[in-house]
Design a protein around this ligand. Sequence first.
Ligand SMILES: Cc1ncc(COP(=O)(O)O)c(C=O)c1O
Length: 385
Amino acid sequence: MKKKFQVSSTFINKDELNSLKNVIASGWLTSGRITHKFEEEVKKKLSVKNAIAVNSCTNGIFASLHALNLKKNDEVITTPFTFVSTIHNLFNFGLKIKLIDINFNDFSMDPEELKKNITSKTKCVVVTHYGGIPANIKKIIDICKSKKIKVIEDAATAFGAKVKNKYIGAYNDSIAVFSFYANKVITTGEGGVVTTNNNNLAKKIRNLISCGIDKDPWQRTFEKKSWFYNVPFYGFKYNFTDLQACIGLEQLKKIKKIQNYRKKLRKLYDKELEPLFQKKFLIKKNYNNKITLSEYIYTILINKKNTKKKRDNLFLYLKKRGINCTVHYIPANKHIFYKKKFKRFNLKNSDYIFDNIISIPFHNNLKEKDIIFISSKVKEFFLKH
Ligand SMILES: Cc1ncc(COP(=O)(O)O)c(C=O)c1O
């Protein structure tokens, strides 16, 4: 039978299974000691003051919007090239969404474009770090800080990504939210973590994700009157569980290994696909050399100027040969629900990239020979057909 290649795959083994058995045997399955331990490890890893584990990046972003005290009809600036749940959050909150275009270097927000679009109504900026590539975050935060605009980083795919020696998630004057969804570099199935150096915001977010209750259920068990709790705030039920945290702790131990291996695969793809870059059939990415990727996905971008080959045909060509691919992402302005609402925005880079990008298999269960095989099929598509 022909070998099939998935786009993404988990790197999980008996370590996670054993930890899970221990948590199940302990009898405490929801947020508790292991969740706290996981948060402590995330804090240590990223060198950030606060880490709050949540049940998804989506909900972590929603809680952050509330913690920042934004009001209905406040203007938020963001980019379309992200997962739709980030945009849904802004819509659900009742914010006035202004979409600005992305740039070709990192497929994320362009600080100059941001500057041009800020008005006196802008209260918040949501920056997506596309595909585990750090956006130009320092510049964006500086622009926003000078205008008292709040910043949330949709860092769903950027866990472990760095700019120089600073991890995404550790910047001052920002809240970052990561995802541990099943296809991410490290995973807990579903889940995420909110990080910030602002202790007051962290406290608010902790209350918000736990129904506005002022104590967490596990700490309460040690108190004399353990059944009692105050609800000084409104809130949501967005907490993490120890079942997820024990998997996360094992995954954190492996993250270096996971990322180093993927880095090797990325280099090999770059080398194998070089003839297509040379012929300018594919557009070479031009990252800032001070960044470290989280190694989430490997994307290729077709150069429409130099080839008539279409992304959708490449997708089918590879699928027929057992190579499953995907597209990150369908931009917000292309979804039926938002099409009309976002029609007025000029998003030509995002539209071009969406039409011409494809994510090819990239994960730790691929061998070097698999990368060579997949690359050979991509080359065959462009050069022989
Ligand atoms: C850029 C981006 N934002 C947000 C999310 C949502 O993350 P979650 O599934 O943890 O809510 C994802 C998930 O794939 C994502 O890629």
